[in-house]
Design a binder for this molecule. Sequence first.
Ligand code: ATP
Ligand code: MG
Length: 305
Amino acid sequence: VIGNLFELEKLAVLGHGNGGTVYKVRHKGTSSIYALKVLRFHDHAAAGFRQQAAREAEIVKRVDSPYIIRCHGVFDNGRLTAGDDVITGGSDGSGGGSNLSFVMEYMEEGSLQDLLRARQRLPEKEISGVARRVLRGLRYLHGMKIVHGDIKPSNLLVNGGGEVKIADFGVSHAVECQGGGKGNAWDSSRDTFMGTCAYMSPERFDPERWDGGGGWEFAGDVWSLGVVVLECNLGRFPLIGPGQRPDWATLMCVMCFGERVEMPETASPEFRSFVGRCLEKDWRKRATVDELLDHPFLNSSNGVG
Ligand code: ATP
Ligand code: MG
């Protein structure tokens, strides 16, 4: 257990997200390596965001599953010294605002997004392994009544043993609305629609479908998984074709009025069926996590657990 951010030494920047930066850090006492995510809140950010983030941080600490990134501590306006370098939110006047830091399990291979950048596509056998682990993680979260809400390639991390784990639930909700960062950007380096919303299910954009009873929030995670799985097979963001304008209007049209999404010609029948069950537009008809865990795509001698 890490008692103080002073115990951590910054080694490298692992990446930047919407509202924060992730560092590779070493615990001075034990030499253990961790990832430290620092979310920065501007002074003008609504106080509610910070509170929500702090509340969700409490949830993060309760989560204990091999399919979900472990969080070893959350620090409120903690200061992290690394040699001469001080990472701070600015209560010392270095920029204003405040911060919230998460000490997380370090994932050596980075995110599925990094993997796709390097390899473009994955074979079905590997995709099946990814899907199985994500579904087991979702079964755990949903069992705790937690909706992830932001399943996308950059939030699925890979460790040195090739195991995929889910990162960033809840926390991302808190930063999403700050309106900064690269949230809505088109990443031309990989021709991929990066926005958090690009992986969101159609019902999330339609207030009429927000009829009570819950359920649709959980179904949203399944949709997002379907988009991710298809992206792994196709090698690009699948909902917008190469010839289409990569903007919100196109995305909305595809989601609301489009026919079935394009499948790679080489995809197996099991893969097609799996993705079809995830990308069912009506969330009531969409597959549940339990149904997908029994799907032949995961259970046909494919992949490893
Ligand atoms: P968003 O802010 O919407 O979540 P994002 O997922 O790209 O966007 P971050 O969550 O801040 O942004 O993560 C940035 C990058 O840092 C990731 O893409 C990943 O490469 C790296 N990263 C994040 N967490 C870890 C971790 N625990 N271990 C190793 N690398 C990590
Ligand atoms: Mg993330």
